[in-house]
Design a protein around this ligand. Structure first.
Ligand code: 16G
Length: 242
């Protein structure tokens, strides 16, 4: 098969694999054909096949197991942790409809933790946005986002319930580039359980994300609680790059 001007071949391969997953040809957690086999199937090079598969890994459609192959993501969402992407973008890429239930949006005074996270003075203003995040109407995560007041105060004039914070920050010319994340296992308390529509005591994952702008200025600190029954988190690494 050859590249066409209308659509690069890797995109065609991606779409074809996604279609076959939807049609049940490749089932959840089933191992996909090897890269070599895909080269034969699509009559192309390993580079093109790898490009398509890498994209599908990043989009959470498939996952890789070292030395074993590439597998169809199961019913859980496979969430890559290597990039600064937002919930809305992540869900749209998966063909899901993101939505939020706004629990709070307003200005708060920084305590020690927030002052440290956003590198602001104790008692200084910051923006707090508390949302329940859903995809196709299913509650997936609760997020408490603390944002720099100085950089992000105009967000409070927006319809935060229906918008994407990351998209808005992009419009404001703020590029989120570096950050760190801490993850820890936990059990849902009653309030979390009610919001996430899970049993009290069900497994959840707490994620704390701190993100800085290109200039190294702390913009966001988000404390999230993800449903353990809906997510699988994923990182890849390559020690040959050292
Ligand atoms: C993700 C981020 C969160 C960010 C949000 C923005 C993690 C662990 N969390 O959920 O930090 O605030 O996206 O989403 O990745 P939005 O652009 O849809 O508002």
């Amino acid at each position: 098969m050859t590249e066409s001007a209308a659509q690069p071949l890797y995109k065609y391969i991606k779409e074809d694999i996604v279609r076959q997953i939807k049609d049940g040809v490749y089932k959840p957690d089933q191992c996909l054909p090897s890269e070599r086999d895909f080269c034969l199937i699509y009559g192309t090079t390993r580079m093109t096949v790898r490009h398509a598969l890498n994209d599908l890994v990043v989009e959470g459609v498939v996952y890789r197991l070292q030395g074993k192959g590439t597998f169809v993501a199961g019913t859980k969402l496979v969430q890559p942790l290597m990039q600064v992407t937002g919930f809305t973008e992540d869900m749209l890429r998966r063909g899901k409809t993101p939505s939020s239930k706004l629990l709070y949006a307003g200005v708060q005074k920084a305590n020690h933790i927030i002052a440290n996270d956003l590198n602001i003075g104790l008692g200084q203003d910051y923006i707090l946005i508390h949302r329940l995040r859903l995809a196709d109407g299913v509650p997936l995560a609760i997020e408490e986002t603390a944002l720099s007041y100085q950089l992000c105060h105009s967000l409070l004039d927006d319809d935060v319930e229906h918008g994407s914070i990351y998209e808005r920050l992009r419009q404001l010319g703020i590029r989120l580039v570096t950050g760190e994340q801490y993850m820890e296992a936990s059990l849902a308390g009653s309030e979390q359980a009610e919001l996430l529509q899970i049993e009290r005591g069900a497994a959840v994952m707490h994620i704390e994300r701190h993100v800085c702008s290109e200039q190294g200025i702390p913009v966001e600190a988000t404390y999230s609680t993800y449903r353990g029954d809906q997510y699988r988190f994923f990182v890849n690494f390559d020690s040959t790059l050292r």
